[in-house]
Design a protein around this ligand. Structure first.
Ligand code: G3H
Ligand code: 13P
Ligand code: ZN
Length: 325
């Protein structure tokens, strides 16, 4: 075993999820690709006393380099300790949308405490087989595994789906039993990116399917991907300062809050952070055209991200105040 997450001060998601399901809130899973994002996440979650899952996609690994990202996550634990006066919030390092067994193994060997194996694009039997194989390896090292059943519409890395294939409530119990996963991502109408609903379409997710799924696997940790709310003030600000985001619509905060009260214990948010940073940077570029010090636009972007994540923890996920339960 090359590096264990335990030596880096990270935790897996077992405890976090048990407490979240019991307490009726969800753990934030925020993606990061660079320093300002990880700073904003740690500041926001420390100030709100929230546990957090730091997510790395394969796109992030390509963009930022896997070694740098891993050391950034390790640094995040120390940074959280510094901000928390010697006591740090629980932090998990999670592979987002792992698509192969080899990628999951490589992440586990380099200090990840949790991995997602996304076999949702395969047929059911192949998904079960692949997920089970990852679980068998991961559990030897106490690393937790998220699987997925059902396909979200939109783009996931290089794979794109035109329509949602909602998770079949009838399949979940069998999938969980056969694979041994620690949590299950489901498809109930969320999707990745900033354009989740078409103009004129009812912007609602299927909480009725979620309720059906919960009946089949009571108390089992459920994960929602594609859960950005696409705040319209940010879209307006981006467009006001020269951007072009027409018809960007997200998931309502009320519906997410509802889901977080149930067995949904991990909510994935990436696009809203991208919007917050873009709006702040566009404002600096438009109002201070002579500015060319990156700290003068990345700093405001970091502040905007931190405030957005504090808002999510406080009022959408309900994770604030639960770091040391
Ligand atoms: O699920 C997708 C996440 O937002 C990560 O996006 O693959 O562009 O890094 P990415
Ligand atoms: P959003 O694009 O809605 O932020 O979803 C992110 C996500 O699901 C990461 O896995
Ligand atoms: Zn996702």
């Amino acid at each position: 075993m090359a590096v264990s997450y335990k030596d880096l001060g990270l935790v897996n998601t077992v405890d976090m999820f048990q407490k979240a399901v019991k307490g009726g809130y969800a753990i934030p899973a925020y993606n990061f690709n660079n320093m300002e994002q990880i700073q904003a996440i740690i500041m926001a979650c420390t100030e709100t006393a929230s546990p957090v899952i730091l997510q790395v996609s394969s796109g992030a690994r390509k963009y930022a380099n896997q070694t740098l990202l891993r050391y950034m996550a390790q640094g995040a634990v120390e940074y959280a300790k510094e901000l928390g006066g010697g006591k740090n919030i629980p932090i998990a390092l999670h592979l987002d949308h792992g698509d192969t067994y080899e990628l999951c193994v490589s992440c586990i060997e380099t200090g990840f405490s949790s991995v997602m194996i996304d076999g949702s694009h395969h047929d059911y039997e192949t998904n079960v087989e692949l997920t089970k194989k990852v679980v068998e390896y991961a559990h030897k090292y106490n690393v937790t595994v998220e699987g997925e059943l059902g396909v979200l519409a939109g783009v996931e890395d290089d794979v794109s789906a035109e329509h949602h294939t909602y998770t079949e409530p009838d399949q979940v119990e069998d999938f969980v039993k056969k694979t041994g996963v620690d949590s299950l991502a489901i498809s109930i109408g969320t999707s990745h990116g900033a354009f989740k609903f078409k103009p004129g379409q009812k912007a609602e997710i299927r909480l009725d399917i979620l309720a059906e799924i919960e009946k089949r696997i009571p108390g089992f940790p459920i994960v929602l991907h594609g859960s950005s709310s696409v705040p319209q003030d940010l879209v307006k600000k981006i467009n006001h300062f020269g951007g072009k985001l027409d018809d960007a619509v997200g998931i309502s905060e009320d519906q997410l809050r509802e889901a977080a009260k149930s067995a949904v214990c991990k909510i994935n948010i990436d696009s809203d952070g991208r919007l917050a940073m873009t709006a702040a940077i566009r404002e600096v570029f438009a109002t201070k055209p002579a500015e060319f010090d990156p700290r003068k636009y990345l700093g405001p972007a970091r502040d905007a991200l931190k405030n957005l994540y504090k808002h999510k923890n406080d009022t959408v996920l309900g994770s604030s105040g639960h770091a040391f339960d």
